[in-house]
Ligand binder design. Sequence first.
Ligand code: 5GP
Ligand code: MG
Ligand code: MG
Length: 201
Amino acid sequence: IAAAPAAAMVSAEAGIDRVLWTEAEVAARVGEVAAELAADLRARPEPAVVVGVATGAFLFLADLVRRVDVPLAVDFVRVESYGGGTESSGEPRITADLKVDVAGKHVVVVEDIVDTGNTLSYLIAHLEKKGASSISVCTFLDKPARRKVNIQLVGDGKFYSGFECPDYFVVGYGLDYAELYRNLPFIGVLKPEMYKKDSSN
Ligand code: 5GP
Ligand code: MG
Ligand code: MG
């Protein structure tokens, strides 16, 4: 019997060194954050606008909003400050803007991870300019040890966080390295040999 082509046997998790949070742990924590968010949104008179930061937040947002049983709008924004590497350039820019009007609305920004805080601070200022009346942040991971900019919430906005992340470059559950690994259902750390040697970004 002929062996299957090598490429067909490589799974998405082949490059993972260790798992920080399993699929079950992720699901359990998302449920808790969703319950907290739902209780807060239910107390508001008007539907909130949930704004996911593409692409990293897509899985967290999808799992989160399914567990938040209140009327809400969903939209995505694309903010980029990374090249293909593991360090932020520190100069974010909006590369795809919102479709939903957030003027006078409560906005919940959904992020995969807050690291230096550069991306989020920039996005919050952008949403404030668009007239959002209050802004909360709901991030799956938070790396407070690497914060360079304080996150200024707007109005009565709150900060929700899934897990505090140790200072590793993590992938999975939406988070990528060079656009790969987003489809892993858990959060893991890559094997060092998976990183390209180039450090141009
Ligand atoms: P910040 O602007 O806060 O430094 O970085 C925010 C963005 O950088 C995140 O939304 C994410 O896309 C990316 N990022 C920061 N830390 C990590 C990490 O450990 N792993 C991955 N895959 N992306 C990260
Ligand atoms: Mg992100
Ligand atoms: Mg990325």
